[in-house]
Design a protein around this ligand. Structure first.
Ligand SMILES: O=C(O)CCC(=O)C(=O)O
Length: 271
């Protein structure tokens, strides 16, 4: 059962964010950043609650014979949770995306990536742009921790500075894509570091950052993450004849009418 939601309905859910010049420099040098307390305590409780209602309605127990899509992902979570939708469309991360991407921003992905206790499946080293190459190459992945995560319960690992290698192309057939087959990159991981994170904090990284995670080996702690990816509003799918990635236009403008129209009614924009 999802935890009951006991909260002050007027309490703020999110804290405003703006990167300092030092944080911007660190992002460009190292390819990642951690932002603290982006969700308030009330926001964390509310997001967790709505995500668990959706998760429990749609997902079954961990099944080692099935793939990560079945066991760990719930896509388009913003369709199921009004609070996630607010956070994805117009939360404090949008100001940060303005600093990292520019004035024209669309949502590229929203999903839960959950490793509940007992889910011992790992994700191999990959770049998020390896799962679907978007151009321009300034797409940002944001991972909002809904639990404290560490090595025991399957926190992320990354290789600081690895984004400087640029796009690593791994052959993927249309069948691989349709089957959501994992993309695993061979890497020299001597400089890899675990990224423990506190619930309510956000890890964000560049689309070329090499990252992975191990299984959740804890017997009593889940590892729940809200994954949201943002792109330039004109970003195209290189693997798809450079057609525009369809995603909600969240800031500014785009040259693609189909992006302007995408989820316009949900965003609250009239076309
Ligand atoms: O949820 C995880 O452990 C890995 C998530 C990840 O690497 C991704 O979704 O790109």
């Amino acid at each position: 059962m999802p935890e009951p939601l006991i909260s002050d309905l007027d309490a703020p859910l999110f804290n405003a964010c703006r990167l300092t010049p030092q944080q911007l420099q660190a992002y460009h040098d190292q390819g990642y950043l951690v932002l603290e307390n982006v969700l308030t305590a009330a926001g964390l409780a509310a997001v967790r609650h709505e995500c668990m209602v959706a998760w429990e309605a749609q997902k079954q127990e961990f099944d080692p014979s099935k793939n990560w899509l079945h066991n760990s992902l719930l896509v388009n979570i913003h369709h199921h949770s009004p609070i996630v939708r607010r956070y994805y469309y117009d939360g404090p991360l949008l100001d940060v995306m303005g600093q990292l991407i520019g004035p024209n921003i669309k949502g590229a992905t929203s999903q839960l990536t959950f490793k509940m206790r007992g889910n011992t499946m790992s994700f191999g080293w990959h770049q998020d742009n390896g799962y679907g190459e978007l151009d321009p190459y300034n797409t940002v992945t944001t991972l909002t921790a809904l639990d404290d995560a560490d090595e025991e319960n399957g926190c992320l690992w990354l290789i600081p500075g690895s984004h400087r290698q640029g796009q690593i192309r791994v052959e993927r057939s249309p069948e691989d894509r349709a089957a959501a087959k994992e993309v695993v990159v061979e890497v020299d991981d001597r400089d890899a570091i675990p990224m423990p994170i506190r619930a309510g904090n956000v890890l964000l990284f560049n689309c070329w950052m090499l990252h992975k995670s191990e299984g959740n080996r804890s017997l009593n702690r889940d590892r729940r993450i809200l994954f949201m990816r943002y792109a330039d509003a004109d970003a195209v799918e290189v693997y798809n004849d450079r057609r525009p990635r369809l995603g909600p236009l969240l800031r500014g403008t785009t040259r693609f009418p189909e992006v302007r129209a995408f989820e316009a009614e949900l965003v609250g924009r009239s076309e």
